[in-house]
Write a protein that binds this ligand. Structure first.
Ligand SMILES: *Cc1c(COP(=O)(O)O)cnc(C)c1O
Length: 362
């Protein structure tokens, strides 16, 4: 079976060595030594100033919204994983969807201003598939109207934009270290910010608001992560350069091999110094063509995924708003299998199926 992704697992002995040390310390969570070690190693690997390791990427978005005490309306993208939208609603704010650019698949900055009104408090955009948003344009709009900018950078591990980690842009960036993501800790996530006050606030929010065992500063939640998860992260991080290199080759291989296919590819944003090759989406001409391809794949035990479907402006807990580009693309987009040990032979087979599908539909 070939799935859209496969979790990279380090050699079990390497993980076991950390587990043994956790057993010796009997220290499983609450700001443990492995958690601190992982945070330090991630800061160094990503060249970022600050980060807080959290229990997942969804609570990361929720904590970012809470830290700024956002209310009213948040401008967001309809083309992302559902957690981007659900977190806004969960935090009692109203998502206002701005349609996407059909090439980058990110929020179309040209359409943001017309969605702003006196209730708007922030822009929450996703760098979808690890492809940077137009961060300069978005920042300029935010400055003009006094809005906060939060980036859902769940797909962005390793993406470098204009010489800096993409996590360094916006007031806060959030990410996910879920097992299906490029870098993972089993379950996990993080927030990034260069604002010391917001960093302090998010650190309190992560741990019930505790300032000491007997005192609290504001409301908090349990968004901490454990030593076992941190250990997984430390083990996986060692292999990230290797994984990145491999992915790049695989990504380029698909791109070349599929160049004669009647599909569209995403356009990587200009100024991206390192694209992390996190996903390989293709956009079919019609949904029928996509469904046909999925059928053919599944019959051969290959399971690509419809990332991202449905368009988030259509989920049943938001007011209906139209985003024709996102709705159209989400019906026609499919992410091909891409993971560290996918072989060239398997990639050839996948490409072969796509060409066959195209001929069948003629
Ligand atoms: C995976 C993902 C999340 C949620 O992260 P979890 O760690 O699974 O909670 C949020 N946003 C996007 C865009 C994602 O892909």
């Amino acid at each position: 079976m070939i799935n859209v992704t496969k979790t990279f697992l380090p050699p079990v002995e390497e993980y076991q060595a950390y587990v043994r040390s956790i057993f010796q310390r009997s220290w499983l969570t609450n700001n443990g030594p492995l958690l601190n070690e992982l945070e330090e190693k991630l800061k160094e690997y990503l060249s970022v100033q600050n980060l807080l390791f959290l229990s997942n990427g969804t609570v990361a978005i929720q904590i970012a919204i809470k830290a700024f005490e956002l209310s009213g309306e948040i401008i967001t993208t309809p083309f992302s994983y559902v957690a981007t939208t659900s977190s806004i609603v969960w935090e009692q704010c109203k998502p206002i969807f701005v349609d996407i650019n059909p090439f980058s698949l990110n929020i179309d900055y040209l359409k943001i201003e017309e969605a702003i009104n006196e209730r708007t408090s922030a822009i929450l955009a996703t760098h979808v598939f690890g492809n940077p948003c137009n961060v300069e344009k978005i920042q300029r709009i935010a400055d003009k109207y006094g809005l906060k900018v939060i980036y859902d950078a769940a797909h962005c591990f390793g993406t470098i934009y204009k010489g800096k980690s993409i996590f360094e842009y916006g007031n806060v960036s959030t990410t996910s270290f879920h097992a299906t993501k490029l870098f993972h800790t089993g379950e996990g996530g993080a927030v990034f910010t260069n604002n010391p006050e917001i960093l302090r606030k998010m650190s309190l929010l992560r741990n019930f608001g505790h300032t000491s065992p007997v005192s609290f500063d504001g409301i908090g939640i349990n968004a901490k992560n454990s030593e076992l998860h941190a250990a997984m992260g430390i083990c996986v991080l060692k292999y990230m350069d290797e994984i990145q290199e491999k992915r790049k080759t695989q990504w380029d291989y698909y791109k070349n091999k599929l160049s004669n296919l009647e599909v569209n590819f995403i356009e990587i944003t200009e100024g991206t110094d390192n694209y992390n090759s996190s996903y390989f989406p293709i956009i079919f001409k019609t949904e029928k063509c996509l469904l046909n391809a999925v059928g053919l794949f599944n019959s051969k035990n290959i399971f690509p995924r419809r990332y991202f479907y449905p368009s988030l402006n259509t989920v049943n807990y938001v007011d209906s708003q139209q985003c024709p580009i996102s709705e159209s693309i989400s019906k026609r987009i499919l992410c091909l299998p891409l993971y560290h040990d996918l072989s060239l032979k398997e990639q050839d087979m996948i490409c072969e199926i796509l060409y066959t599908n195209q001929n069948e539909l003629l």
